[in-house]
Design a protein around this ligand. Structure first.
Ligand code: NAD
Length: 288
């Protein structure tokens, strides 16, 4: 049997359409569109691509998109001053500071300076704490998208054995919190975990968020498991081009898994759609 391939592009398009409908209602109710402002510091080419796609998707959903492009030598104080101005601007519902930041700027300090009500990335310690304690929060976009796909595959997650591989603040830890809140039995694996193969073999849900090409072998997968591959690893091809591949050996996992996300075309498209969703949520909460 071959796994059902979860179509992240189609799922993301459906979510973007839902958000666009919600934005249209918001405009009728409040006489203005929700606004997302992205701040990018420096000229990291991958970040520039992400920021451009975020701007296009924001406008396509009917929201107001603004981008502040700052030079790499911007000081931390200058960036904090911009964040303070955006916090105070009533037309700005969501603030996203694109990571990574140049080395002379402390990302934690900048994230902590964002108004938690406008923290559409969900990285502020207040939002992380609210998620961990079961309070309403702006939740990081990538794990939110993963949870939507897992729920659609499996329905009720109560009591399901879930394994999250990777404990970063932006993916692994919030993913574990979301699955815990959904009443799954959650194991959080990381670089010091022993017998990763054994943990994978017991899991009905596997979320791999590591950044190591094909760390998870196909024959580790429990038959019928739902496998969500967050990894985005760029590998060189013999012709000098590159391609994206995940943390899971996709071809090996396909005959064993029940559901699987491809890379690309799985988790990635959902992340931007969830950012739009968070911006609408933030706008509604601020307008309430
Ligand atoms: P990170 O580097 O912050 O964290 C990686 C985690 O993997 C760490 O917690 C580490 O303990 C764990 N790890 C490392 N080696 C391991 C091993 N051998 N066994 C088990 N765990 C191990 O990474 P991140 O920011 O969470 O991103 C992870 C991956 O997800 C990257 O490939 C990144 O590009 C991708 N990503 C994709 C999206 C998306 O939208 N698709 C969004 C965010 C991140």
């Amino acid at each position: 049997m071959s796994a059902i391939i979860i179509d992240g592009k189609a799922r993301a398009a459906a979510l973007r359409a839902e958000v666009a409908a919600g934005v249209a209602d918001f405009v009728v109710a409040h006489g203005r569109a929700p606004g997302l402002t992205v701040v990018i510091v420096g000229d990291d080419p991958a970040s520039a691509v992400y920021v451009r796609s975020k701007g296009i998707a924001t406008e396509a959903a009917g929201m107001v998109s603004a981008t502040h492009r700052l030079p790499a030598e911007t000081s931390q104080a200058e960036l904090l001053a911009l964040v303070a101005a955006l916090n105070a601007d009533p037309a700005v519902d969501g603030i996203l500071v694109q990571l990574p930041l140049p080395r002379h700027i402390d990302a934690d300090t900048v994230i902590a300076a964002i108004d938690p009500a406008k923290d559409v990335d969900g990285f502020h310690p207040v939002n992380a704490g609210r998620l961990a304690t079961g309070l309403p929060a702006l939740v990081p976009c990538t794990p939110s998208g993963c949870l939507m796909m897992i729920r659609e595959a499996l329905g009720d997650l109560s009591g399901k054995e879930a394994l999250v591989i990777g404990r970063s603040n932006i993916v692994g830890k919030p993913m574990a919190a979301l699955l815990t809140a959904a009443s799954a039995t959650v194991t959080l694996a990381h670089s010091r975990t022993r017998d990763l193969a054994g943990h994978v073999g017991r899991a009905e849900i596997v979320v791999a968020a590591v950044g190591v090409v094909h760390l998870v072998k196909g024959d580790w997968i429990r038959p019928g498991a739902c496998v969500i591959d967050v990894g985005m690893n760029r590998v060189a091809l013999p012709d000098g081009k590159t391609r994206l591949t995940g943390d899971v050996d996709y071809d090996g996992a396909l005959p064993r898994a029940g559901w699987i996300t491809p890379v690309p075309g799985g988790v990635g498209p959902m992340t931007i759609a969830c950012l739009l969703d968070n911006t609408l949520k933030a706008a509604k909460a601020r307008a309430a």
